[in-house]
Design a protein around this ligand. Sequence first.
Ligand code: SAH
Length: 203
Amino acid sequence: MVQRQLSGRGIRDVKVLAAMQELPRHVFVPEALRPFAYDDRPLPIGAGQTISQPYMVALMTELLELRPTDKVLEIGTGSGYQTALLAHLSAAVYSVEILPQLSAAAKKTLAGLGYQNINLKIGDGFYGWPERAPFDAILLTAAAPKIPEALWRQLREEGRLVMPLGKEQRTQKLIRARKTSGEPVIEDLSAVLFVPMRGEVQK
Ligand code: SAH
């Protein structure tokens, strides 16, 4: 998976590649789908949600430019796979999931792997995690029509926010926004396809 799907397609960050080599993906996937865990595609994890394709997980992580001292906020814990990867590459991860059953399953999986620097919360990620702000990096793993304001406020100066942006699925794109004198400097990356964010963002 790492050689063919990641380095073969341009993921260069050696720390990201090493962490993905180390992290077992199959434990985050429902038992019946484990034979496909390392395939080049997203997989269903229940409740109509998916674990992202390995390449997308690697790309988004690389774009966050994490340092070992960073504090990271993730919106959309899902299976917890991306959460675990972030935990390998930063000091602390705060991850918010709106669906209680997914958060509970992720908690169990992550506890089994022994992580000490992951904090999970059930709630609407549209509001972020203000008590733990500011964050050095913020990752959304569900699409929103614009950068949620509360999340932008919780990003520190020079911090990076990576998200699938778009009102409709067919026009979604991956963006990275860097906070520069309080303002977003936005880079448009590739076209992507993510589940839409639920909750307040839809109103
Ligand atoms: N990173 C996950 C991807 C999960 S898909 C993984 O690799 O497994 C996106 C997740 O975002 C889903 O679990 C979905 O329930 C969650 N989500 C959607 N809207 C949300 C919101 N407003 N707040 C928090 N989580 C949300």
